[in-house]
Design a protein around this ligand. Structure first.
Ligand code: IMP
Length: 179
């Protein structure tokens, strides 16, 4: 079995600072409006709650649950929606909030499904834009950090459901074999 060690990538202070900046930008862009923020479960929970608590505008919130990954680090390529939005988004400005965009398949599929419900607009906010494995172009309106590659954990991001609780973000590296 492979063993991994974690290397710090984004310390908590840097994450919190960037989340505040994103919240300010969204608050300015949506002044006078009441957008519906939709978080994609489960990984988004930390980012989502930190983001909305820093907004200066009224909002409503809801969640979608989509699974694009089985166990491990490779995308299964199929996206299963196991929870849809419950608020009526027709004619409303929507901001879709995700922890990380990798291939882009999850976000583009969810955006398509939301657009079919007739919202006024759908913008996308992600904490991390990882470009190495992008398969489909999806417009990112608000982005916390860009990274080129690597599998990262912490601040909601998991590897086989582990590490989500960590307040900092780490890159997982394979341990050198001692034999
Ligand atoms: P996409 O459909 O390939 O863009 O995948 C998006 C989903 O893959 C995210 O919501 C995460 O659940 C997962 N994912 C992609 N890269 C990472 C990573 O580096 N760490 C943890 N989860 C990841």
């Amino acid at each position: 079995m492979k063993e991994y060690r974690k290397e710090i990538l984004l310390p908590r202070d840097k994450i919190q600072q960037r989340v505040r900046e994103l919240a300010l930008q969204i608050s300015r862009d949506y002044e006078g409006k009441e957008p519906i923020l939709i978080g994609i479960l489960n990984g988004v929970v930390f980012f989502f709650t930190d983001l909305i608590r820093n907004l200066h505008i009224p909002i409503r919130l809801d969640f979608i649950r989509a699974a694009s990954y089985g166990a491990g680090m490779a995308s299964s390529g199929t996206i299963r929606m196991s929870k849809d939005v419950e608020i009526n988004i027709e004619g409303q400005p929507v901001i879709l909030v995700e922890d990380i965009v990798d291939t882009g398949l999850t976000l583009s599929k969810i955006k398509e499904k939301l657009e079919a419900k007739g919202p006024e607009s759908v913008r996308i906010c992600v904490l991390i834009d990882k470009r190495e494995r992008r398969q489909t172009q999806v417009p990112i309106d608000y982005c916390g950090f860009h990274i080129e590659e690597g599998f990262i954990v912490g601040y909601g991001l998991d590897f086989n459901e582990r590490y989500r609780h960590l307040a900092d973000i780490f890159v997982l590296k394979e341990k050198e074999s001692s034999t």
